[in-house]
Every structure is written in C-alpha cells, then in structure tokens.
Write a protein that binds this ligand. Structure first.
Ligand SMILES: *Cc1c(COP(=O)(O)O)cnc(C)c1O
Length: 429
C-alpha cells in the first residue's frame, strides 16, 4: 500500500527529512502545487475540491483574485513586510477598516491587540491579560475545547493526547461540561452555577472562562444560544471575564462575522486568527474591552506582530463584510450541507451517524471506530479534501471556503456520498 503511494507521489524527502510530527501530509499523501478558490491541484495535475479550507484559515478561498492584486501591488512598491509593532500605512488601513466594517456596525467596542501571528498566540495573550486584570489564577475551560498547542492554550484544551504532549502538569485551570456534554436533558450551566455559589464546592473564583461557540477541533459540538447567554450571565454575576475563542468560528464561518453575534453576548476578550489574515497569511488579533486594556507598553511582545502582507490581505478581505451577501450565502450553503448530511445519516444507518453544526461548519459524527478516517481517505482518492475532528477522529468535518460555488459544494457532497457507499460495500465483504 505504502509502496504504491510512493510510486504515485514520491514523498521520500518528507519521510526522510521531516519530523514524525507531520500529520496532514499523511492524510493527503500527494505533493500539492497550485490552488484557486475551492480547488487544489497536485503535482500530477489532479484536482481536489477543498472541504477543509486550511482548517478555517481560508474562508475566502485560495488566492482570492482581489486580495492577490493588492498583495502584488504592495510588494511591487516595496511596502514594508516586517515592522514589529511600528505604525505602518498597511496597519493603519487595517485598523480603520476593522473599526468601520466590523466593530462599528455591530455596536462593539474593543481595543485591538496584535499578538504573535497564530491562534495560540492570541489565546496566550487573552489568558495572561485575564489573570493580570483580575489578580486570579484559575481559568475555566470546557470539555472538548481546543485552544492551541502552547502550554497555556493546552492547559485549557480538552484532548488527552494533545495535553500529554506538554510533558508537565497543566495547572490553574478547571474543565467544565460544555453544552450537551451530559446529553440534551441536563443543563450544564446549573452545575457551573452551583460550583460557583456553593462555599463547599472546592472551586475558587476564576479569572475567566474561555470557550468556543462551536467546538471545531473537539468534534463540532454546538453550544445553544440560550446556553451561551446563561454562561455570559454567570460570568457577569460573578465578575468572571468571558473569553470567546473565535479563531476558527470567526470571520463568517457560522454565518455572522463573530460566531457569538446571534447570541447577542459581548465577550470581554475575543481571540481571532486563521481567516482574519484573509489569504491564509499568518495574523492574529486579541480584542479587548477598553476598560481591560491594562497592559504596560511592551509587557507582552513578539517579533512577528507586524506582518504587513497579512494586514494588506486582511484589509481587502473585509470588503466581503460591506454588505450581507456573504452571510446569506453561508447560511444557504450551510443548509444545503446540513440537509445532505441528514439524508446520508438516514440512508446509511451503518454509519450510526449524528449530524451537528452551524453555518458552513457541519459535521457527521460516525459511531463506528475508525470509519470516519476510512471514508475521508476514500474521498481523497476521489478528489475531495475532507478532514476528521473529535477525540477519536470520529467526525467528518465539512468546512469548505465560504466562497465555494454551489456547484462545487454539491459535487463535493456527491463524492462524500460515493465514498460512504464504497466503504459500506467494503464492510460487507
Ligand atoms: C486552530 C485553533 C487555535 C490555534 O491556532 P494556531 O494558529 O494553530 O495556533 C486556537 N483556537 C481554536 C478554536 C482553533 O481552532
């Protein structure tokens, strides 16, 4: 099997030189060369429909032509590429556009912090600031949450295998049951409220709670709107800061720019990365309620906080938010995916499937161990890039670029169905 794969796509330099830690190249064992919109091509010229979108970093697709134009122009005029956190024209334009097109129309007021350019950088900054602002140590997180791979972010992440990688105790955190963790009957906010109110609970008042409104990496668990509102209520009542990690669900994935808009909540701190860079370029923001902006100059720092190419791309990408067209199409496409996954769940009971999701983040949780990965591998052979998530890689995750055409969306779903069918036939033999 391996020999065949190597003959088709010589991966030997990756096998020989790259650390065993590599992962996505194992799921998609070809060498890629080119990408446009929702399509990626490998070295043999074979095209794949992208239902993965760079784990949410490519909400506007690969190499968006308007963004590309701006980047080329900026490079051609020798615009600054690296600037630490010095003031540049590119950063000025991004801050203005973010205020005008995102914050103001939503009635939100946040100071914008530029941490290092990755999601985990934004989370680390948020945790650090929450502890500094409250003088408390504990941060409450949620079961199946994912917040990144550095020590602070891992300490609020659920996945056992990833936590173990820390090689040291992950402390000053407490994991709470996310919405539906105990089934649909039990409202987990009652338990959380009780922990905080009861003098005998053994739980001290935390600095903050950190959550995703939809848990992407953790298996597409969706928090209900009332649950999110109750969590915000608990935070307000007990003077706990609310951090929403919108690194994957932000920038339109759920149908609104911020994933928490529908709940009408106003987090104290918001983490953004992945698609905020617009073009797959590294960029992260930590949004801070003005009264919490208690940093001393330089108290948090980093060399790559001035990625001007990403500023240029991000500014252009915000043009998608000048009207509600993108939102509407995300909801329409999300419902096409939803309906199709529900149909597959009904027609292929062997999957023991459950459909979960919001907007254009939909998943089919498969009840048979190892089957989701098998179907994804089959789909890849048939020209579809589809990843799994969840602690046992049990959820097939449908998250194409938000800009995918309806035609490609349907073609991708057809490939998914054919792959489910092929794996079922194999199962029978
Ligand atoms: C991907 C992700 C992160 C980490 O982002 P990196 O850029 O990989 O560090 C943090 N939080 C959430 C919700 C994510 O999906």
């Amino acid at each position: 099997m391996k020999a065949i794969a190597e003959a088709r796509t010589p991966l030997s330099v990756f096998d020989q030189m790259e650390s065993e830690v590599r992962s996505y190249c194992r799921s998609f064992p070809v060498v890629f060369t080119r990408a446009s919109g929702h399509t990626i091509w490998d070295r043999s010229g074979k095209a794949y429909i992208d239902f993965f979108a760079g784990a949410g970093a490519l909400n506007y697709g690969h190499n968006d032509p308007a963004i590309k134009r701006k980047l080329i122009d900026y490079l051609a005029k020798d615009g600054l590429t690296h600037s630490l956190d010095m003031a540049t024209e590119a950063k000025e334009a991004l801050l203005k556009a973010f205020e005008e097109k995102i914050l103001k129309p939503r009635g939100l007021s946040y100071k914008v912090m530029f941490p290092g350019p990755t999601g985990t950088n934004s989370v680390e900054a948020a945790l650090k600031l929450a502890r500094k602002a409250t003088g408390r140590e504990t941060v409450m997180s949620f079961t199946n949450g994912f917040h990144g791979m550095t020590i602070g972010s891992l300490s609020v992440t659920g996945n056992r295998m990833k936590r173990r990688g820390a090689g040291m105790p992950l402390t000053h955190t407490l994991a709470l049951p996310y919405d539906q963790y105990m089934g649909s009957e039990l409202d987990t906010t009652l338990y959380i409220e009780r922990l905080l109110e009861d003098d005998g609970s053994g739980v001290s008042l935390p600095a903050a709670m950190i959550l995703e409104t939809v848990q992407g990496e953790g298996g597409i668990h969706v928090a209900s709107i009332p649950w999110l509102q109750k969590i915000e209520g608990i935070c307000r009542k007990h003077d706990i800061l609310l951090i929403v990690d919108d690194v994957q669900m932000g920038c339109g994935r759920t149908g609104t720019f911020f994933s928490f808009e529908e709940a009408g909540i106003q987090p104290d701190i918001v983490c953004l990365s992945k698609s905020i860079g617009g073009y797959g370029l590294p960029l992260a923001l930590t949004l801070i309620k003005p009264e919490l902006d208690l940093w001393l100059p330089g108290e948090h720092n980093g060399t790559f906080r001035g990625n001007n190419l990403a500023f240029v791309a991000a500014t252009e990408s915000l043009r998608y938010w000048e009207n509600d067209q993108l939102c509407r199409t995300v909801l329409e496409k999300g419902s096409i995916v939803r309906t199709r996954l529900e149909k597959l769940q009904r027609e292929y009971p062997y999957l023991q499937g459950k459909v979960r999701g919001r907007g254009l983040m939909q998943g089919l949780a498969v009840g048979v161990d190892g089957l989701a990965e098998k179907i994804c591998a089959e789909a890849f052979e048939r020209g579809l890039i589809l990843e799994t998530s969840g602690p046992k890689s049990e959820v097939m995750k449908v998250m194409p670029p938000l800009t995918i055409t309806e035609e490609a969306l349907l073609a991708g779903l057809d490939i998914l169905e054919a792959s489910i069918k092929a794996c079922k036939e194999e199962e029978k033999q």
